[in-house]
Design a protein around this ligand. Structure first.
Ligand SMILES: [Zn+2]
Length: 131
């Protein structure tokens, strides 16, 4: 398939956007199949979605597309982390439920021993870190 290009297509579209498609350039746009199609497509798009002023610069569109692609890549790469965070939350809730069930099966002297060991140990740790 032969590539359809015209060196004056950009010039024709710029004139169309500016509203100055006249004279020889308008004659070229009418005679050249590539430019005629570009003008017809542009006018059809304007009718479908009217636009005020000139279209945004190509560089701006390119940068926005790059940012959107980068954002999409970041979201795609962070998705597994979100799944793992939800799984970790479920595991943490399950661990609390299991621990609360397990602690009720302990004899009273074990439960009484936990603060008897934990509070002095916490106090010693506090003093050790302060020193
Ligand atoms: Zn042309």
């Amino acid at each position: 398939m032969k590539a359809r290009e015209c060196a004056r297509e950009g010039e024709v579209l710029q004139a169309l956007y500016a509203g100055t498609l006249e004279g020889g350039l308008a004659g070229h746009a009418a005679a050249c199949a590539v430019c005629r199609e570009a003008v017809a497509v542009t006018r059809a798009l304007w009718e479908a979605a009217p636009m005020e002023g000139e279209p945004p610069a190509a560089g701006l569109i390119w940068r926005r597309a790059e940012l959107a692609a980068r954002r999409e890549l970041i979201e795609k790469s962070l998705a597994p982390i979100g799944v793992l965070e939800k799984a970790a939350a479920v595991v943490a809730v399950a661990a609390v439920v299991v621990a609360s069930q397990w602690i009720t099966t302990m004899p009273w002297w074990v439960l009484a021993g936990i603060p008897a060991v934990a509070f002095p140990a916490a106090g010693l740790l506090y003093l050790a870190r302060k020193a």
